[in-house]
Design a protein around this ligand. Structure first.
Ligand code: ZN
Ligand code: ZN
Length: 587
């Protein structure tokens, strides 16, 4: 049964179902649901042991799942039985925390079933298969002594051959792009089994026999991976251009993936149309600021007739205002207390002083991910671990690379980046999320809500006077914001509307004011991923719309601070569920 909440408040519909349920199967409440959640999480880790390993749950580390038909059949049976159990809670009287958990579990199970039965990327995406990541994780993470980790790996090695045999059998009409990616990533996996692996084995306390067994496992793994690479290279060589599956998802699959991944009140098409309108709006605002700023930056030079040309020229000039590469890190560090001060003085949201953010240089093993700044949060099983703001030290950059990077993250954009990543963006959201004690929400956290909050917080800060309403700040903000808007347009256009590469690059450079290198990187990303690029703007739009609804409803009683604190108190749930709960509470 589909529960519709559109017009009527959620509680009414739910209590109706509740009565219906009582007469048939009795009431199930929070107590039963708590144990069901435990059961669900345990099932989740059995379904996806590698995922468990990556979040720090180590019970199933020794299992390497062979991705064959039998396995998929077993997965599907388990998922369907979970769905059955979930139906017992339809309309049960649950706390809000549990109610959102219930909705999120149901969505996830449906999404997993869809993935197996409709999306079927196990057939067309050869980069799904790679044992390198989990072995590297086991080798490098310190959760247990080396000897234990090596013995765990030893049982995994025994399945590597079968794993790749099943992978080869699964592949059926792949895309060219994912096949090429798989070759690159499999070559990367080979490096995991290089000399340093055996060095670790040699310094361990394993017996001679055990060491020999692992050595054999390593050489067999290398053989299997090389065999997989050869297999893919033969496909690359023999497949005619017309025989590849298209990287474009097409409308039907795209709409479904959007529904399952984003979990929004909007459809994919609606959010695309909204982004198109937003782009027009942003361009006209940017043109206005560019005209105002023109004399300051361009002197007596005549202003170009074409708005976009004028915008670009002013942006290029403003971007020259940036910190020196040696002070990149320190200037980020210095900005954090200023953001805290601004948020507190303007009563935007409570920031817990007990949980300060630690700014650090991006550790070596994380370098090369391309991101200049990122937040590292402790996993769901390590709640008390530190949260770090990783900042790239720019040490590996040539002078030209550093200059281009610093222009991109100029004086203005750097502040917006700090708002997005740290305060009151991702970091603040994370602190609130950890206070909402739900393992479900931290494991199944909704990406669109998380990114949407960070994107929303940028605009919210500027609306409240951050940056003193400087025209440069607004112009640069709009350029930054345009990126999420254009990501949405690009993703839908490429996957659903068949936008050709040339048009896409032109779109990104001319409409989103991106550099050639950024645009071609984005083109690559849009071919390999689907839907994810829309999460930023979708989440932003939903939060902004919700705020408008609450403002209209509360009128003079509206408090921005109260809105933010309440919004974040539900944890990383999809915005549409938070909306149900928030509007319901207002009644
Ligand atoms: Zn410079
Ligand atoms: Zn983000």
């Amino acid at each position: 049964m589909k529960i519709m909440f559109k017009k009527v408040s959620g509680i009414f519909i739910l209590s109706f179902c509740f009565l219906y349920q009582v007469s048939f199967s009795g009431v199930r409440g929070d107590k039963e649901f708590e144990s069901f959640k435990d059961y669900y999480i345990e099932s989740l880790w059995q379904l996806y042991p590698d995922y468990a390993l990556s979040v720090g749950y180590h019970k199933y580390d020794s299992i390497l799942v062979v991705p064959d038909d039998a396995r998929r059949k077993w997965q599907l049976e388990l998922l369907n039985s979970l769905l059955d159990s979930l139906s017992n809670y339809k309309g049960a009287s649950l706390t809000k925390n549990n109610l959102t958990d219930l909705w999120m579990i149901r969505d996830q199970v449906n999404s997993d079933i869809w993935s197996l039965t409709e999306f079927k990327s196990y057939k067309w995406n050869p980069s799904n298969y790679n044992v390198g990541g989990s072995f590297a994780e086991l080798l490098n993470s310190q959760y247990a002594p080396l000897d234990i980790r090596l013995r765990t790996m030893n049982s995994r090695f025994k399945k590597v051959h079968e794993y790749y045999e099943a992978a080869k059998k699964n592949i059926d009409k792949p895309t060219l792009e994912h096949t090429e990616l798989a070759v690159i990533q499999s070559k990367g996996a080979l490096s995991v089994f290089g000399e340093s692996f055996m060095d670790s084995v040699n310094v361990s306390g394993l017996t001679k026999a055990e060491k020999a067994e692992i050595a054999k496992g390593i050489s067999m793994a290398k053989e299997s991976i090389s065999g997989y690479i050869n297999y893919l290279e033969v496909i690359l060589k023999n497949t005619k251009e017309t025989e590849w599956r298209s990287y474009r998802l097409g409308k039907e699959l795209y709409d479904q993936k959007f529904k399952y991944d984003i979990v929004s009140e909007y459809t994919a098409e609606q959010i695309y149309e909204k982004a198109v309108r937003r782009k027009v709006e942003l361009h006209s605002k940017m043109a206005e600021y560019a005209r105002k700023l023109w004399p300051k930056y361009m002197g007596n030079q005549p202003i170009p007739g074409e708005d976009k040309t004028a915008i670009r020229q002013v942006i290029d000039k403003i971007s020259l205002n940036h910190v020196h590469r040696d002070s990149f890190m320190i200037s980020i560090e210095n900005q954090i207390p200023e953001l805290v001060k601004f948020v507190t003085e303007h009563e935007l949201i409570f920031l817990d002083p007990e949980k300060p953010l630690v700014v650090r240089q991006t550790p070596g093993y994380m370098e090369g991910s391309g991101a200049g700044a990122s937040i590292s949060s402790p996993g769901p099983y390590d709640k008390y671990g530190n949260t770090y703001y990783n900042v790239s030290p720019l040490t590996g950059y040539t002078p030209e690379e550093a200059e281009s990077y610093l222009r991109e993250y100029n004086h203005y954009i750097l502040q917006i980046l700090n708002i997005h990543e740290a305060i009151p963006g991702h970091y603040t959201q994370l602190v609130y999320s950890n206070n909402s004690p739900s393992l479900i929400k931290s494991i199944l956290g909704n990406g669109a809500m998380v990114e949407g909050w960070a994107v929303y917080s940028e605009l919210m800060m500027l609306e409240n006077g951050y940056g003193n309403n400087e025209e440069e700040m607004w112009l640069m903000y709009y350029k930054w914001h345009l990126r999420s808007v254009c990501n949405t347009i690009l993703d839908y256009s490429v996957h659903v509307l068949e936008m050709p590469e040339k048009v896409a690059i032109k779109f990104l450079t001319e409409e989103a004011f991106q550099q050639e290198a950024e645009a071609s990187g984005k083109w690559r990303r849009v071919k390999l991923s689907q839907v994810q690029l829309t999460s930023y703007f979708t989440g932003f739009s939903e939060i902004y719309d919700l705020r408008t609804d609450v403002m209209n409803k509360e009128g003079d009683d509206f408090s921005l601070r109260k809105f933010h604190e309440q919004f974040l108190s539900y944890g990383s749930a999809p915005v549409k569920y938070i909306k149900k709960l928030m509007l319901q509470e207002e009644n």
